[in-house]
Design a protein around this ligand. Structure first.
Ligand SMILES: [Zn+2]
Length: 130
């Protein structure tokens, strides 16, 4: 017969029901009963990993396989992010108008820069040095 005192002591060393049981050739369930009868809790060891919080895609509701992402693999791509940003802006008339103004201004600026570049190229210093 196995001495319960020994089993309990082994369990307290290993903090693992299965490993303690292996040392005495008994099941983890048997170890648990002996340890519990001695007034020692095995609850922490029986459930060592806390349940991970399940996450779902904000857009389609599919499970998300990441602990920090808000969207699934499909809806996490840069294109999808840009699309969402655009949808948010479009939903807000004031911001949409603002964005159009910015786009117009930047287009004008780009055109101006291109003309500048053209100008420097036509009378450029690097062609004349050839
Ligand atoms: Zn999704």
């Amino acid at each position: 017969m196995v001495d319960p005192e020994q089993v309990i002591r082994r369990y307290q060393e290993l903090h693992n029901l299965r490993h303690a049981g292996n040392d005495f050739g008994m099941s983890h369930e048997w170890v648990r009963q002996i340890v519990n009868r001695a007034g020692i809790s095995t609850a922490r060891i029986a459930n060592p990993k806390p349940e991970k919080e399940e996450r779902f895609c904000k857009q389609c509701g599919a499970p998300v396989n990441s602990t920090h992402a808000h969207y699934c693999e499909t809806h996490r791509t840069p294109q999808q992010q840009a699309w969402r940003r655009y949808q948010r802006i479009k939903a807000d008339p004031e911001r949409y108008a603002q964005r159009r103004e910015i786009l117009k201004a930047s287009k004008k600026r780009r055109r101006g820069r291109n003309e500048e570049r053209e100008g420097t190229r036509s009378g450029s210093s690097w062609t004349s040095t050839l």
